[in-house]
Structures are given as C-alpha cells and as structure tokens.
Design a protein around this ligand. Structure first.
Ligand code: GDP
Ligand code: MN
Length: 375
C-alpha cells in the first residue's frame, strides 16, 4: 500500500535521506520555512500528482496560501485532499532512484535514471540491476548504475541509495522510490517519496502500523485490515453493488464479471467465514460500510462453502440483515456448497424477500434487474 509523500519523507528523514524543509498543512498555512519559492503538494496516496495538477510551484507566500486553499477539500485522482505539503522549492537536475522487491528472483531490483521527473514512465532511460536482498549487494548494484554520474555528487547519491536500501530492508517495504531526486554539488535532496508498504508485515512493523493508524481516513482500507483482520477494499465510492464475498480469487472474479456486465461494484471483500465464530458482528460491520454509500442499489452475497456450514452462515446473515437499520436495498444471496438447502430454508423463513440461489447466473440476472430498474 502506497503511503502519502509526507509519511514517506518522515521515513526518509529517519534514515538520513535529505528532504526539503516543509510543513504539512490541513487548514491555514502556518509560518513557512522561508520566503519562497515554494511547492504546494496534495497529500493523497497516489502517483502522478504532478501531471494531474496536485503539485504547484509558487513564488510567494500568498500564492502558496491560494494554492493550499484551492487544494484542501477538493479531490485529486479520486482521493479527497485532506492535507498539503508546503515545501521550499528545490532547484537542480532531476534523477530517478528506486529499489523494489523482485519476487521472481527472490531479490531486489535497483533502478536509476539520469532523466528523472514526471515523464519517467515514457522514458527508456531507466536502467535496472537485480541483486540479493542485502545492503552490500544493493550498494554494489547502485554504484554500477551511477558510474557515469558527475563526481560532484556521485558519493551523495550512493549514500542516499544505501540509506534507501536499509529503509526498505528494515521496514520490509515493497518499493522505495525517489523521483525526482534533485542532484547538485551543494547537496542532493529527495523531491518526492514513494513508499509502498507490505501490509502483511505490519504485525512486526510498529512504526509503520502507527503511521497508518494515525490517518484512518487516508488509509481507510489498510486500517480496516489491521483492526478487523480481513480484507475490505473500497473500489469505487460511487459503486452500486455492495459485495459480501469470501475467497480473494472468487471475489475478484465476481468483480470482473459484474464490471463486464456494466454493473458498478462498490467493494472487494474477503470476509473469511471461518473466522466469524458464530457471531454476525463481522457481517454487520461490512453491511455498515456498504450502506454508508448513497449510490448503493443492491447487496450481493456470494459464498462458495467448502468447510463453512451454510446453514450456520445463513443464520448469521439473517441476524446481520435484521440488525442493519441502514440497509434499504435488496439483498441477493448466492450460496453454494455444504448445507445449501438448510441455508435456503433458514433465509426463506427469516427474510422471505431475499433471493437465495445456488445459481450464479440467476443471482446476477436479479442484480441486473435491480440495477436496471432502479431510478
Ligand atoms: P508526483 O507527480 O506525484 O510523482 O509528484 P512529484 O513530487 O514527483 O512532483 C512532480 C514534479 O513536480 C516533479 O517531477 C518535479 O518536476 C516538480 N517538482 C516537485 N517538487 C519540486 C521542487 O521543489 N522544485 C522544482 N523545480 N520542481 C519540483
Ligand atoms: Mn514523483
């Protein structure tokens, strides 16, 4: 999961990677680090902000204040801008430096380009080396990649690369990227921080877990995973079909199927029926998140039960639906597997309006009808 730049830069600072002087602003602009020029940067967990208008160069404090006022409360690439980073603008040539986990080789991929900046994706100048996941191996790969850099700052870039590698290894990151890395004889500075954390490692990464927990709205899905112990990802805040599903692969397949039919799924969900332990609490939570979206038109439950007893699940589903006063849309349940007949009987008695079927095509046809018929 991608961290916002301000959090990435806090991690950089902790390992000694220089970043520009700056302040995170959520309301009025406080005292600024100098007289300008500044860069005002939207803090949303998404890349490509520069091209989307989320990075604005400002010469004076009033300009910076206007840029902040324009950004706060607006949206960038689907994310609400809750805060801005106001930094002293840096001058210098732009480099690209990144280290990422390379699962195929059980190692790391170190990348460098002398043509850093927003056009890096179109650039064919990025050179890469695979190496073992050890600081020494990264240093060697990086030294090779930066061999043609001017002597004036080559040692500084090497030191930054070394610090970036230790950060990635200690914090078990999936990616640590600096683009642009401003290079100059007087000093090299990380102009941006793109840090992707591995949520599966959070239980042994207290600094990162605390960072995520501190921003429950920015990192909503990650916070949910850490506190609830299962995956729920909001795909489209304007989605129409809320999904209560289990199994990551099956859930993704259903999302693809719905999207292909022109429906708008709201969320991904792997509810893990085996962890519900006879309580409807987890189902109630999911229905709460789903029904919080006014665009919702239907809820589709899809459970393919191998070990799960569908009779027990049906009882919990009935209890959860009954205990969800905010649920005002039809629920369609496709339940297939162990004790499906019991499930059908239990739900028919408790919630006679609910379509319960073992047939996916029938469930999807009902969803189509509901979405099509809704105003
Ligand atoms: P991203 O588009 O989300 O990766 O955001 P960046 O932080 O990388 O900013 C986008 C672009 O804005 C960079 O590639 C730079 O060209 C430019 N930029 C960002 N900060 C500065 C700065 O301090 N000085 C200058 N001159 N340009 C900057
Ligand atoms: Mn960038």
């Amino acid at each position: 999961m991608l961290l916002i730049e301000a959090d990435g830069k806090a991690l950089f600072t902790a390992v000694g990677i220089p970043v520009p002087a700056g302040v995170v602003v959520t309301d009025v602009v406080p005292a600024l680090p100098n007289d300008g020029p500044f860069v005002v940067k939207a803090q949303v967990p998404v890349g490509g902000r520069g091209k989307a208008g989320g990075v604005v160069l400002c010469n004076t404090r009033p300009e910076a204040e206007a840029a902040v006022a324009g950004m706060l409360g607006s949206r960038l690439k689907g994310h609400a801008i809750e805060s801005c980073l106001v930094e002293a603008a840096v001058a210098g040539a732009e480099r690209y430096l990144a280290i990422m986990v390379d699962p195929a080789s059980y190692g790391l991929r170190v990348m460098f380009s002398a043509a850093g900046g927003v056009a890096i994706e179109q650039s064919d100048s990025v050179e890469a080396r695979l190496c073992a996941p050890h600081p020494g191996a990264v240093t060697e790969a990086l030294n090779d990649l930066i061999a043609n850099e001017p002597e004036a700052w080559r040692a500084q870039v090497a030191a930054i690369g070394k610090a970036l590698a230790s950060l990635l290894l200690e914090k078990e990151l999936a990616l640590a990227e600096i683009n642009p890395l401003f290079v100059a004889e007087s000093g090299c500075v990380a102009g941006d921080a793109k840090v992707v954390v591995d949520l599966n490692a959070m239980y042994r990464q207290p600094v990162l877990s605390a960072m995520i927990a501190a921003r429950p709205t920015v990192y909503a899905d990650a916070c949910r995973k850490l506190t609830e112990g299962f995956d729920y990802v909001e795909l489209d805040p304007e989605g129409e079909i809320g999904l209560v599903t289990t199994g990551a692969g099956l859930s993704m397949m259903l999302i693809d199927e719905l999207t292909a039919r022109g429906a708008k799924p709201l969320n991904f969900c792997d509810i893990r029926t085996g962890q519900m332990r006879g309580s409807p609490a987890r189902l109630i939570r999911v229905l709460e998140w789903i029904t919080a979206r006014p665009s919702l038109k239907a809820v589709l439950v899809n459970i393919f039960a191998g070990i799960t007893d569908l009779g027990e699940f049906a009882g919990l589903l009935a209890a959860a639906v009954t205990a969800s006063p905010g649920l005002h849309v039809p629920v369609v349940a496709r339940l297939v597997g162990r004790n499906a007949a019991d499930a059908k009987r239990i739900l028919a008695a408790a919630l006679p309006d609910m379509l319960v079927t073992e047939d996916l095509a029938e469930a999807l046809a009902r969803i189509d009808a509901i979405v099509g018929a809704a105003p």
